[in-house]
Design a protein. Sequence first.
Length: 601
Amino acid sequence: MMKTHNCGELRLEHSGQRVTLAGWVNRRRDQGGLIFIDLRDRWGITQVVVDKENAPAAHEIADQVRNEFVIQVTGVVRQRPEGTANADLPTGQIDVYADEIAILSNAKTPPFYINREETVDEALRMRYRYLDLRRPRMQRNLVLRHRAIKFIRDWLDQKGFVEIETPILFKTTPEGARDFLVPSRLNPGKFYALPQSPQQLKQLLMVAGYERYFQIARCFRDEDLRGQRQPEFTQLDMELSFVEREDVMALNEALILALIKAVASEKELLFEPLPRIRYQDAMEQYGTDRPDLRYDLRAIDVSHIAGKSGFRVFVENVEAGKPVKVIRAPGYAAELSGTQLRKVTAELEALAREAGAKGLAYMALPAEPEGEVKGPIGKFFSVEQKLELFENVGAEAGDLLLFISDEREIVYAVIDAIRPNLAERLGLLDPNKLALCWVIDFPMFYWDEENQRWDPSQHMFTMPLPEDIPLLDTDPGAARGSQYDMVCNGHEVAGGSIRIHDRALQEKIFPLIGQTMEHAKEQFGHILEAFEYGVPPHGGIAWGLDRVVALLAGEPNIREVIAFPKTQRGTDAMAQAPSAPEPQQLEELFIQVVLPEEEQA
Ligand code: ASP
């Protein structure tokens, strides 16, 4: 070993020992006869002192080193002189009084500071990711990721699970995205599809009798990289046999709670056990199936009151079956001056319009009981109606009430746009709090207007709730799936279901989702065939592991917990991938590239 200790290790009790350290120069200060070097490795920083009088040769070398040089230092650990200890540094009681220094590698001046926690342009970070990963924040994140995965592996092992790797070169395994294709040189004209998840393979492992499978699995989905998606990402994938919905949920709930306590104990868990919300209730109250429950701000239906008011829009909407809902922002009106109130409500209204609404009405409740309710719609409600309304939504003095009324789908979109925005304004988005919940009873299908067919809301292997199976023939849109999503702070962190294990039922799903039986057999014949050889009832789940780790790390973006993520355009900015292959490579694959005209230039 080229070092006897790491740079985070030495303490007062090592005083007098001769040690060798190696790492990067975090900082160098030249004070004439003395040169101070903060030496850094993954474990920490140790101060090295080089004294010209004591070690002239080492001092000469220390004079040449610059930030990010890699050096090796040998010297004696000593207590720092009186008054120079650094309480912020675990090694701050000591320094290494060096007498030998070797430069192992020079370094150019990095394009951004490694030794300061400051915001660096993301494009630059991605271009020089190996330098970005030297920074303490990224090292913390990647080590946390390692700890989380190790904890999960050990925990599942204890529960009798087996980790089994499944192929990357496979066949389409649809999860609602486009496949990445890989041409096969040995089978000209044929392509593998990279799995969007190990879904089929884990079900086949259940047929094979493994009963409790998991995998830290890489998944590939070629989709437009809206928001924070990554074209390749990591799932904790699992599947169990002889289980019901409750069993899978209970096991995963226990695992995530244990994980948080083990690797992120500083986080405040808001709910334990996890609340369960039906899909329909989630939509009505939060406008989304991934509600952020760190804050309430739920929408409350007031159609029965607003429909009796003198406000024509509400009355007509309620008559037409469109709801009127209120979101109550506690105390917000009391915080805002008249001008601020107009500005805030105009901004919220703009959000509502973006989400498809025609407007957003409000009432600002006075802070004093004698005050006036502000807002253009106040006058359309009688005193009794106002009182009834306030009681229904639990309003208190100084609250801001926002009214949303439109087609139900638009109301959902508006609620979903307003809630997080309000929460941010009210300072309710605390990354140290984790609000976990389950969402259940999803519809099996969503109607795809464009293609005139049903789309599975999860995937085509999901079992309908037993009582809803007859609906597949009569009213597929009303059938609910035996699905469960785990949601944390407004993100879906895991999703799964009990599966169909019956060939006839599986075959019934294909035509509903617009697959001809012929095509289905071509793509999924192996599953249908396997279903003829004794299939245990089974179900499973997959966690978005990148998201889970990001939440544990308190990071807003999953790119911060992936060592080498792709950019928003699906590229690797460091290695310049994807790139054009050599013509010969294409020839071997019998592939010709025909670019759209605008890209030919
Ligand atoms: N395969 C599903 C997914 O990737 C999860 C599951 O049903 O287990 O979302």
